[in-house]
Design a protein. Structure first.
Lengths: 233, 255
């Protein structure tokens, strides 16, 4: 198996001086699903933003699919490692569902016919065909989450970076999203507080606290309540 | 929360709704230009334009009261700016009044200008109301984009449309939070709270804008938003365009 993500000694401090990441190192293998857990403010989302090149740090190195994360590779990397934000209202910013899902593809320079075909297919897959011309505002929250996923999946990435894919969903919507994610055979890096979902989807668990990776373990650790408590979870 | 206060009725399926949005934009643009350029005394011509608009409304099957109420929104603004004109124009005096030491005169010329402004602004807004009520906002934006309206303006309108509802939701939430804990009825204190609310809203909006920008970046945004064209012009569209523009010009140029 190949390493698809290599993070070496990554440190990052926000412009306002808040330290967020401290010497983080992590490898992710191809088609592996990794769950990153930890208390609020541990740096989980910040780490995710680095993997897509949105935040760039001068301390440490990141390689995605063997490519060092530099401005020159950014376009390629963003088409291969797609990020889905926690709040679908941030992820969906175009006037219609179709435009939103097509946004990434159009930016990648696909022609109109291909874009239409791909968007149609992916919307069918998330069971939202026929909503193309709707405004995201008129969808239910679960549907918005699905469309958010579609905006990333449509680009056929090799790595999916998911920030809290199940937050604020009701039981049924949550179950549907989990089942849907289970079917996707790609490398997944999932940041969440939803440990049940992480247990269902991820083989390996990374525990973060105060900007550091404090533990990398098999998913069995999620069954050990005392251990989790001792890790501050 | 559900809102649809901008393009309510825009998903009806009448012939006006089914017209190519570009055609509608062009027709209404020409109509407004013609209305604005018609000399003020020609009331018959204005009635003609009104008749055209009325027929369009009836064809679009949108309830008349809805359109009229909505088109009246502009009147207070117009009145506010134009109401004083009759007092300042010279010429033949229509009436004069004395309030204590104040001497006011109203001139016919001034009254004509006021009437002109009122009629033209109302007819123009009526046209726009029909346009926005028969066209989905997203289609309207796309039509404007194809018609070479500057992209920045379209983007601003597009983001505004997408996030306006969210903003309203947020205001409602903050308002509910305030009302559920607010006991003092002192108006000065209430003003202070409203100040905080506006500030809070600004910060939230700013944060959101930041996150949206990140979401755009992560999907390969590089400064220009491209969308796909999806309109096909039909024979009927051209027929509509041709005939309506002809009628409008016939009215305008009649002696």
């Amino acid at each position: 198996m190949d390493k698809v993500v290599e993070i070496r000694n990554l440190s990052y401090t926000y412009p306002d001086g808040t330290p967020a990441l401290n010497e983080v190192s992590l490898d992710v293998m191809e088609r592996e699903s990794i769950g990153i857990i930890g208390p609020n403010g541990a740096g989980k989302s910040t780490l995710l933003l680095h993997l897509n090149g949105i935040l760039q740090s001068e301390n440490g190195a990141i390689k995605i699919l063997g490519m060092p994360l530099t401005n020159r590779n950014l376009r390629k990397i963003r088409s291969k490692a797609c990020l889905v934000f926690q709040d679908p209202e941030d992820q969906l910013f175009m006037p219609t569902v179709f435009d939103d899902v097509a946004f990434g593809l159009v930016n990648l320079g696909y022609d109109a016919g291909t874009v239409r075909e791909k968007v149609g297919k992916i919307l069918e897959r998330v069971d939202l065909s026929g909503r193309e011309n709707r405004s995201a505002h008129h969808l239910s929250f679960g549907e918005k989450k699905l469309v958010s996923l579609a905006t990333a999946l449509v680009m056929e990435p090799e790595i999916l970076l998911l920030d809290e894919p199940t937050s604020n969903l009701d039981r049924k919507e949550r179950r549907e999203i989990i089942e849907f994610l289970q079917e996707i055979d790609k490398t997944k890096i999932i940041v969440s507080h939803d440990l049940e979902m992480i247990e269902q989807l991820c083989q390996r668990i990374v525990v973060m606290n105060r900007g550091k990776v404090i533990l990398t373990e098999d998913r069995e650790i999620l069954k050990d309540d005392d251990k989790l408590k001792s890790l501050g979870l | 929360m559900k809102h649809s206060f901008l393009d309510k009725y825009s998903d009806l399926g009448s012939i006006i709704h089914r017209l190519d949005p570009r055609v509608k934009v062009i027709v209404f643009f020409i109509l407004i230009l013609v209305i604005v350029s018609t000399p003020p005394q020609e009331l018959v011509k204005f009635s003609g334009y009104f008749l055209i608009l009325l027929i369009l409304i009836l064809l679009s099957r949108i309830p008349l009261p809805f359109i009229f109420v909505r088109s009246l929104v502009i009147i207070p603004f117009v009145l506010l700016t134009a109401i004083f004109i009759p007092f300042f124009k010279g010429g033949e005096v229509a009436g004069s009044y004395n309030f204590l030491t104040l001497h006011l005169t109203i001139s016919y010329k001034g009254l004509l200008i006021l009437q002109n402004i009122l009629i033209k602004s109302w007819l123009s807004v009526l046209s726009l109301t029909i346009l926005t009520s028969t066209t989905k906002f997203s289609s309207l934006l796309k039509a404007l984009e194809i018609l070479k309206i500057p992209r920045v303006m379209i983007l601003i309108a597009s983001f505004f449309y997408r996030y306006m509802f969210l903003l309203v939701d947020q205001i409602m939430k903050i308002k509910n939070a305030r009302d559920s804990r607010s006991f003092k009825k002192n108006p000065l204190y209430q003003f202070k709270i409203i100040g905080y609310m506006v500030g809070e809203l600004f910060i939230r909006t700013y944060d959101r804008a930041e996150r949206i920008y990140l979401a755009m970046l992560s999907r390969g945004f590089n400064g220009t938003i491209y969308t796909l064209e999806s309109f096909k012009i039909k024979g009927f569209d051209l027929y509509f365009l041709g005939s309506l523009v002809t009628i409008i010009f016939l009215i305008r140029l009649r002696r």
